[in-house]
Every structure is written in structure tokens, then in C-alpha cells.
Design a binder for this molecule. Structure first.
Ligand SMILES: [Ca+2]
Ligand SMILES: [Ca+2]
Length: 284
């Protein structure tokens, strides 16, 4: 399946606002008619037909839940697949992936011994049903098979099945720094975010580990702005279902100022496909 010819950034929305869910924001995922958002200590579900910039827990359709797992003190990027919200969790050794249902009821978590104490993101590949993750600074992806056992309490487990070494466009070994987010397109293309000035968005072929797309996200990581690139999600808004947002790839940036509430931007990217690709496909 072809990759996009290029990714073009559109206007952000929400943009430069400080709703309560923006404080130390970490991740985003899309479900049926809803957005899921993770902060470092909280999970949210928001209706997609309302403006994210104006939502807080006072709205009757907004759900939220705090960290349910003992020892976990940091949630990372999240991903929604087959009715389950997968959330990267840190604070325990090893780090974990927690699972909530679509109404944010907690279902359990699984340890990731291969990743030590680092799990900034996790994402389910629709092409193989496997869970992908990595350490914050990494030269490979780790791949896991989810398993549920029903002996006594329902238990969730992730079986490590392989690592995928990362390689650059020209085939050299590749290390990525400050990986904050991961999300798959419907055809199984993996997109990662890297929170550095020369990082941004990466497209990774998970069969070869090769980076095939790199789009720098322009932001202000250093003093005095303290901006941070966080998680991302893939969701096609090109049909106008959310009139104030467009694009297929959506990445979080926030301004981590300790002296006032954090500001958030959702940065939208649209795939431009080659003429050889079939009309009507997003090409992601
Ligand atoms: Ca993060
Ligand atoms: Ca995500």
C-alpha cells in the first residue's frame, strides 16, 4: 500500500487555549463519535460533535477517570481499537499498558519487561491486531500479542513477539529521541511523533522498520516557550463531520508553563496522494 506523497499541515484547532484537560496533556485517540485524551494523571472522553476547546467535565457527555493502577504515576499516548482504549503507563517497573472500555471502565493492565520503565505510547496495528510500543529514546519498536485470560478475575497480558529495528530512508540504523506518540493508519502504516526540533512526524514501515516519511513540526521547544510535542491519532476528517477541523493526522502540542495553565494546540495534517493512487483513498 502506497504512502502519502506528502503531509501538508492545516490550521490548528483547538489552538492556543487552556481547557482543564490540556494540563500536562499526553495523548489522543479517536473512537466512534468521540475523542479520547490522556493527561499524565487522567483519561477523558469527549463528544466529537462539540468543540474540544470549550469542553470540560461540566458537560453531561464528557467522561473522565483518574489513574486506576497502583504505582502508575504517568499516562502516555493512548489508542482506541475494537472497543478498547489502550493507555501507555509509567511509574511501575516494568512499565505497563492499561486497557479501558469505551466508557472508561478499567479492564486491567499488562507489564512490558522488554521496555524497562519506559512506555510513552502504544498503538494497535489494524493489519495484524498486535500492540506496538517503544521506549522514549529508541532504535527499535517492540511488538506484543494481546491475550485475555478468564481464570478468576479477567486478566490482560501482552506477549512479546518481536522487536523491529529502525532504519533510516537510506538503510542506516536509526535512533529516535523523545518519542511521545504512535498511531496506525487503517492500512497499518505507523506514524510516530518525536519531541525534538528536528523530529516531528515519522512514518514507519513496520515490516522493514524503515522510516519512509519525515515531516518536521515547527514549534518552540526551548526557553521561553517550553512547547512539547505529545501524542497523535489518525482519523479522517476530510468529509467535514467535524466542521471546525480537517485532515487525517492529528498531533498534540502543548505549552508547559509552570506559572499558568498549559496551552494546547491540535495540529492537523492532510495526506496528499500520488496520481497513481486511487481517487477517494486518504493514502495514509
Ligand atoms: Ca508523553
Ligand atoms: Ca494516539
Amino acid at each position: 500500500m502506497d504512502w502519502p506523497r506528502k503531509l501538508v499541515e492545516l490550521d490548528p484547532h483547538p489552538s492556543d487555549v487552556a481547557p482543564p484537560w490540556a494540563e500536562h496533556i499526553q495523548g489522543i485517540a479517536a473512537g466512534p463519535g468521540v475523542w479520547f485524551v490522556t493527561q499524565d494523571d487522567r483519561v477523558w472522553r469527549f463528544p466529537m460533535d462539540r468543540d474540544l476547546a470549550e469542553l470540560d467535565r461540566a458537560h453531561p457527555d464528557v467522561l473522565t477517570a483518574s489513574i486506576p493502577e497502583p504505582g502508575v504515576n504517568h499516562l502516555g499516548d493512548c489508542d482506541f481499537s475494537h472497543g478498547l482504549l489502550h493507555v501507555a503507563m509509567e511509574g511501575t517497573t516494568p512499565a505497563r499498558v492499561g486497557v479501558f472500555d469505551g466508557d472508561l471502565a478499567y479492564r486491567g493492565s499488562a507489564a512490558l519487561p522488554e521496555q524497562g520503565d519506559s512506555c510513552p505510547w502504544c498503538a494497535v496495528n489494524p493489519a495484524d491486531g498486535l500492540v506496538y510500543s517503544s521506549r522514549f529514546d529508541t532504535d527499535h519498536l517492540s511488538v506484543y500479542r494481546p491475550r485475555w485470560s478468564r481464570t478468576g478475575d479477567e486478566a490482560f497480558d501482552l506477549e512479546h513477539v518481536r522487536d523491529v529495528p529502525l532504519v533510516s530512508e537510506d538503510g542506516a540504523r536509526l535512533s529516535l529521541d523523545r518519542v511521545q506518540g504512535g498511531a496506525f493508519s487503517p492500512v497499518g502504516h505507523l506514524y510516530l511523533t518525536g519531541d525534538t526540533a528536528d523530529g516531528g512526524l515519522f512514518g514507519i514501515d513496520t515490516s522493514s522498520g524503515q522510516r519512509v516519511i519525515h515531516v518536521v513540526i515547527r514549534y518552540e521547544p526551548g526557553w521561553p516557550e517550553h512547547e512539547v510535542i505529545e501524542g497523535l491519532t489518525v482519523f479522517d476528517l476530510s468529509d467535514g463531520r467535524v466542521p471546525w477541523m480537517r485532515g487525517q493526522l492529528h498531533a498534540l502540542v502543548f505549552n508547559a508553563d509552570e506559572h499558568r495553565p498549559d496551552l494546547v494546540w491540535l495540529r492537523h495534517f492532510e495526506a496528499r496522494v500520488s496520481s497513481a493512487q486511487r481517487a477517494g483513498t486518504t493514502g495514509l
